[in-house]
Design a protein around this ligand. Structure first.
Ligand code: ATP
Ligand code: MG
Length: 242
């Protein structure tokens, strides 16, 4: 569904991705793991068109999106839950969800679609239904992550990209969020998951990529990467501990 073909990308001053290629098949979860600064977020931001791509191509459904604007990429249904969640703290939970619906708001059947998306996300995260009028900034870290994921799901994405959803959350909440991701996959959604928690992320994934300073160091089935002892030592320090 999404294909990154040999891209070089970065930030005016520096190259952050060197000849990176990556495939995300429809209906699968692909996890990108690696240490701090490896280039994980840069991959997500290159797909969202928030980072300059100097060469190579990014295709979605075979269509070249490399020179698209970020809003056009969202229009296609490629939606990201950014690192650090990035919800709007002064707005209520409901208002945050409404912002996520923006992609579908202009459609003829918008009212019906809103109800449908709303019942889907509150079915996934029932607690949100009780907190609709609460200001998002006053929610706990885990609840804010649920709001951020729900906001993205309101857009009815075709590809959902999550950048370190586990950041700063207790293990129990992380498990809960990963369970939701598995549920989304069984509902047919395609997911790109970027994580420093390599063990859990590769366990969940169909396929994985291990990044090390701007390059893909290994790729394969999630479970194979997870149990590869050479990777554990070289790039997945945390895994070796576990
Ligand atoms: N806005 C920016 N301007 C310049 N360089 C940047 C910028 N953002 C990231 N970089 C650099 O690009 C490289 C890759 O960063 P990236 O954020 O993609 O790593 P990451 O794997 O997501 O790390 P982390 O696990 O810490 O989130 C790093 O060397 C980083 O310093
Ligand atoms: Mg990052």
């Amino acid at each position: 569904m999404l294909n990154i073909d040999n891209i070089v990308a970065g930030y005016n001053t520096s190259v952050a991705l060197e000849n990176v290629s990556l495939d995300i098949p429809e209906g699968k979860i692909v996890s990108v793991v690696g240490a701090n600064g490896a280039g994980k977020s840069t991959i997500v931001n290159a797909i969202s068109r928030l980072v300059s791509v100097y060469s190579g191509a990014i295709r979605f459904d075979g269509k070249d999106i490399t020179s698209m604007r970020p809003t056009q990429v969202v229009e296609l249904g490629v939606v990201q839950v950014p690192e650090g969640r990035d919800i709007f703290p002064p707005l209520t939970v409901e208002e945050n969800l409404r912002l996520g619906f923006h992609r579908l708001a202009g459609r003829k059947d918008a009212a019906r679609r809103y109800e449908e998306r709303f019942s889907y996300v509150t079915g996934l995260f029932p607690i949100l239904r009780e907190r609709l009028k609460q200001r998002a900034g006053t929610m706990s870290g885990g609840e804010q992550q649920m709001v951020a994921i729900s906001r993205a799901l309101m857009a009815d994405p075709r590809l959902l990209m999550l950048d370190e959803p586990s950041l700063g959350l207790a293990p129990m909440i992380v498990d809960q969020i990963f369970d939701i991701l598995a549920r989304l996959r069984s509902d047919g959604l395609t997911i790109l998951l970027v994580e420093q928690h390599a063990d859990e992320a590769l366990k969940l994934a169909d396929y994985g990529y291990v990044m090390g300073t701007g390059k893909v160091r290994a790729k394969g089935r999630g479970e194979d990467l997870r149990t590869d002892p050479t990777l554990a030592q070289s790039y997945l320090g945390r895994m070796a501990e576990g």
